[in-house]
Design a protein around this ligand. Structure first.
Ligand code: SF4
Ligand code: SF4
Ligand code: SF4
Length: 352
């Protein structure tokens, strides 16, 4: 169908929203609560646009396109409405950007800068409740004073991670997220994957490791998680040459998600002094492992395989691959077992 956005004639797919159509055409509309494919509750009202024939501004994230629609995404009326939304959000926001882990990487901060909202004109009511930070969880922390109740975390945990461990508690302006990050976190459904924290647009729900860095101090390196064969894509966060965090990236098998191993078990071992960095061969006389060259180690291994094959036949040998290996390496292992050992005794620990 044909619609018009900011004077441009655009072809829009039936069933798509104004936001999807605009973004596809490179027209940026700000959003806070919206998370593609996960959350389109339209509660933050930052994505409102002007629609001819409608007295009210409409949220772009969950308004479907209709033939002939004429839309303005950045009229003065729209920009004033967005400034008001940010103004109201800040009135219930008691965070201090300087001390916040998300400083420099916060969507609320970004839009406040973009729309020139530096302070709020209103007095909020949440402060009187004196909500406490939930900080007992080893990896995650929730600060209600920085929460904008967008529910991105809730929808991510229930619809994407499939745990349903967090929900919106209380009502109205006193809503907070009932997150299992208090003293009883071990007895909850939370599996510490951290996908909720990654979905949070502000510094309300954070992975604790973020205390150690700010966005402008780090670079990100795209890699594949080493913990299983799913092949999740992740960005390792590197500060001064050291890995300080891991964030899910949009890969074909994970679409931005990580499990607890990928998010929290992927980097501490990198700098461990206990890592084996070269081949070791056991000295029969002393029983101690001694450093060897690759040539020595591979020759010894090959000669032992040959000895066994000559004495007992290829069926006495087997190759069991690690599911953390790349597909190509696992393919090579079974090829060696079948062609060199002469055996079909090969398998992979992913099937255990
Ligand atoms: S959540 Fe964002 S706006 Fe709030 S204190 Fe943190 S950086 Fe600042
Ligand atoms: S860490 Fe994972 S399981 Fe726990 S609340 Fe967050 S999304 Fe849900
Ligand atoms: S914790 Fe973050 S994602 Fe969850 S409702 Fe609050 S601001 Fe939104």
């Amino acid at each position: 169908m044909q619609i018009t956005i900011n004077g441009r004639n655009i072809e829009a797919a039936e069933g798509s929203t104004i936001l999807q159509t605009a973004r596809r055409e490179g027209i940026e509309i700000p959003t806070l609560c919206y998370l593609e494919g996960v959350n389109d509750i339209g509660s933050c009202r930052l994505c409102v646009v002007e629609l001819s024939g409608s007295e009210e501004l409409v949220p772009a994230c969950n308004t479907k396109v209709k033939e002939g629609m004429v839309i303005l995404t950045h009229s003065e009326r729209v920009k004033a409405a967005r400034r008001m939304v940010l103004n109201l959000l800040l009135s219930e926001h008691y965070g201090d950007c300087f001390s916040c882990e998300k400083n420099g990487d916060c969507e609320l901060q970004k839009y406040c800068i973009e729309y020139g909202v530096e302070t709020t004109e209103f007095t909020g009511a949440r402060k009187e409740k004196n909500f406490k930070k939930k900080d007992a969880h080893p990896f995650l922390s929730y600060d209600p004073d920085r929460c904008i109740e967008c529910q991105r975390c809730v929808k991510t945990c229930s619809h994407v991670t499939g745990r349903g461990a967090i929900w919106l508690g209380k009502t109205g302006m006193f809503s907070i997220i009932d997150a299992p990050f208090g003293e009883d976190w071990k007895n909850t459904l939370c599996e510490s994957c951290g996908n909720c924290a990654q979905a949070c647009p502000t510094g309300a729900l954070t992975v604790k490791r973020r205390k150690a860095y700010r966005a402008w101090e780090v670079e990100k390196v795209r890699t594949t998680c080493p913990h299983c064969a799913t092949g999740c894509q992740m960005d390792l966060v590197v500060k001064n040459g050291k890995i300080v965090d891991a964030v899910g990236a949009d890969g074909p098998s994970n679409h931005g998600l990580l499990c607890v191993k990928g998010r929290s078990g992927s980097f501490d071992f990198v700098d461990s002094p206990e890592r084996i960095r070269y081949p070791l061969i056991k000295n029969k006389a002393t029983g101690e492992f001694e450093r060897a060259t690759w040539e020595e180690a591979l020759s010894l291994t090959a000669s032992k395989f040959t000895e066994i094959k000559n004495q007992y036949g290829g069926e006495a040998l087997a190759g069991f691959a690690c599911s953390r290996s790349a597909n190509e390496d696992i393919y090579m292992l079974q090829k060696m077992v079948r062609t060199v050992f002469g055996s079909n005794n090969t398998d992979n620990c992913a099937r255990v």
